[in-house]
Design a protein. Structure first.
Length: 202
């Protein structure tokens, strides 16, 4: 009789553990599916949709630095830069290695606000985190960002007294005029413009 009770308790405990393990697997699978779906939305340019999914996941795991980094990435793509910086800095404070792109986002934000030393720290940290000259580092163009920051630091260290002069309506119209290039002989200025009319009429 005692032996039967023991076996019965053993079966109940095993069943309970199995159910608990299954529940954990199901919950993990649901999180993974949501993460995958959010990533697909991000790739498709649906930044708000991805943001909503990541925020939903973060509500269940409030100190997840990986999720915070993904949310910062969405905010950056939505051009909500103050929100992006806030979330990225929070993520860094919890675990700076959880989502490598957090450092890249912070580097870009610091660069844009002329916090060049901080930008350089973040860009170099990101580069080291993803493996220096790896494919990921190349695709992120982090080396170009580092070069831009260093160029900016050098230019700011040796400022030049320059004067900007409007070249008149034929060049500086009220429309979008950009990408000026001087020809090799120095005689002509070629640029793009969104002003009305065909090129031969300008």
């Amino acid at each position: 009789m005692i032996k039967n009770v023991f076996y019965t308790l053993l079966v109940i405990m095993f069943t309970a553990n199995s159910l608990f393990a299954q529940k954990n697997v199901i919950e993990k699978s649901e999180v993974q599916v949501k993460m995958f779906n959010a990533q697909q939305k991000l790739y498709a340019g649906d930044y708000q949709g991805a943001l909503n999914t990541y925020n939903d996941l973060l509500s269940e795991d409030k100190n997840n630095a990986n999720l915070m980094g993904h949310i910062a990435d969405c905010y950056y793509d939505l051009e909500k830069y103050s929100d992006a910086q806030k979330l990225a800095e929070m993520a860094k404070g919890i675990d700076e290695k959880a989502f490598p792109e957090t450092a890249l986002i912070l580097g870009k934000l610091y660069h844009a606000s002329a916090e060049l030393d901080k930008a350089l720290v973040e860009f170099n940290f990101y580069k080291n985190l993803v493996g220096g000259d790896s494919k990921t580092a190349t695709e992120s163009e982090v080396n170009a960002y580092i070069k831009q920051v260093n160029t900016a630091k050098n230019l700011m260290a040796t400022p030049v007294d320059a004067q900007v002069t409007n070249m008149g309506e034929i060049i500086n119209s009220k429309y979008d005029d950009k990408a000026p290039t001087i020809t090799a002989d120095g005689q002509q200025l070629v640029f793009t413009s969104r002003r009305p009319g065909k090129s031969r009429e300008i």
